[in-house]
Write a protein that binds this ligand. Structure first.
Ligand SMILES: C[S@@+](CC[C@H](N)C(=O)[O-])C[C@H]1O[C@@H](n2cnc3c(N)ncnc32)[C@H](O)[C@@H]1O
Length: 356
């Protein structure tokens, strides 16, 4: 991942491949043989049709082999990492903002994200991601909690589940404090900021350290003519906030881990994130303010060895717990259509200043 300058903002985009020596591959080569060359460390450039590339990526999964049902979280992450490293070596040439391959639809992101490059290689894996991202951005994702769609930009996290959003909606409907100023930290596609605006907050700052998320919210704010209410800001946590918010909401990453890409950063936190967040909040939250953290019990289920970041803060003397709402997660459907039950619950933690 690298930065590019777009409309005076830095945006993240997939890094072009360092694949000058890539050997061409076409449908004439068996996909599993091509997949093995990727695992052996070679770069390959697909030169005929999109389906040649997708067949090789499918074969790569088969060559790496399936995981057992009982595989641990760490084993799953390792396998994903191995697949990703090999898949990134299968590249496609991008010429004049188009993939030089039969069967690939035009994608406006090549022009938006690479205005400075006329001829370069990208991993097919990333071309697929850019394709999906462009479709999602164009069509939008309807959010039942808002009653309208948001249009997540490339590299922007958008929730695929809704239980935690509904629970935050429940909290908002109960909240009886001031609604002058709210901050949505780690705003992603902006859903919580839009919920606060809908719930009557006069002004909301939506921050994210991912510039693509901020661009995403900036575009939706313009589309929905909400510029008087919601201000998107690119910043680490609350460092850009100078006023005293009535409510600070944060839906942070829910498990600890390393981030392979910008979307992982939405899902996995690294040491220090919560400590920094609580430090920032302690400096800025208004005297009667509320700190609201949208969280999940998943960390206790899959990482029992990790110290719980909110409990750890509550052991200190800066914040007290006002209430914690919990709700069961609706079972998701597996690839075979069957319902997958989970013991996970989503949570809303409401904290206030310890003396308040
Ligand atoms: C789980 S997502 C939540 C997105 C959105 N608020 C929602 O509820 O769907 C976490 C978000 O936090 C952002 N984030 C992670 N670390 C951050 C940091 N240090 N400063 C600001 N935002 C951060 C990520 O980029 C991501 O957009």
């Amino acid at each position: 991942m690298e930065d590019c300058l777009l409309m005076n903002d830095l945006l993240l985009r997939p890094s072009p491949s360092d694949s000058d020596a890539a050997q061409p591959v076409t449908a004439d080569e068996p996909p599993d043989a091509a997949a093995r060359t990727l695992l052996a460390g070679q770069y390959r450039r697909v030169t005929d049709h999109y389906t040649t590339g997708t067949a090789i990526l499918t074969a790569l999964h088969a060559v790496i082999g399936p995981l057992s049902e009982r595989a641990s979280f760490a084993q799953r992450r390792n396998r994903e990492h191995r697949y990703r490293m090999a898949a990134l070596r299968l590249v496609v040439s991008i010429v004049n903002h188009q993939a030089a391959l039969e069967g690939v639809e035009p994608n406006g992101l090549f022009r938006e994200l690479y205005p400075d490059r006329k001829h370069f290689d990208l991993p097919l894996f990333e071309v697929q991601a850019l394709h999906g991202a462009w479709q999602r951005h164009q069509k939008g994702v309807r959010m039942a909690v808002l009653g309208h769609a948001v249009h997540p930009y490339y590299g922007t996290y958008a929730p695929s589940r809704t239980s935690h959003l509904e629970l935050f909606g429940t909290w908002l409907s109960q909240y009886a404090g001031a609604r002058s100023y709210g901050v949505d930290v780690g705003t992603g596609c902006g859903v919580l900021a839009f919920m606060m605006a809908k719930a009557g907050f006069e002004r909301v700052t939506a921050t994210d350290n991912n510039p693509n998320a901020v661009e995403s919210v900036r575009r939706d704010v313009a589309r929905l003519q909400a510029a008087n209410t919601i201000e998107p800001v690119c910043a680490d946590l609350l460092e850009a906030i100078e006023d005293r918010p009535d409510v600070i909401v944060f839906n942070p990453p829910w498990v600890r881990g390393t981030a392979d890409d910008v979307l992982d950063q939405a899902l996995c936190f690294q040491d220090g994130l919560f400590e920094r967040f609580f430090d920032h909040a302690a400096e800025r939250l208004g005297p009667e303010g509320r700190l609201v953290i949208v969280f999940s019990t998943i960390i206790r289920l899959v990482q029992p060895e990790v110290s719980h970041p909110i409990d750890a803060e509550l052991e200190g003397d800066r914040f007290r717990l006002v209430q914690r709402l919990q709700r069961k997660v609706k079972p998701a459907r597996g690839p075979d259509g069957s319902k997958r039950r989970t013991r996970e619950k989503v949570e809303v933690w409401e904290l206030a200043r310890a003396g308040g």
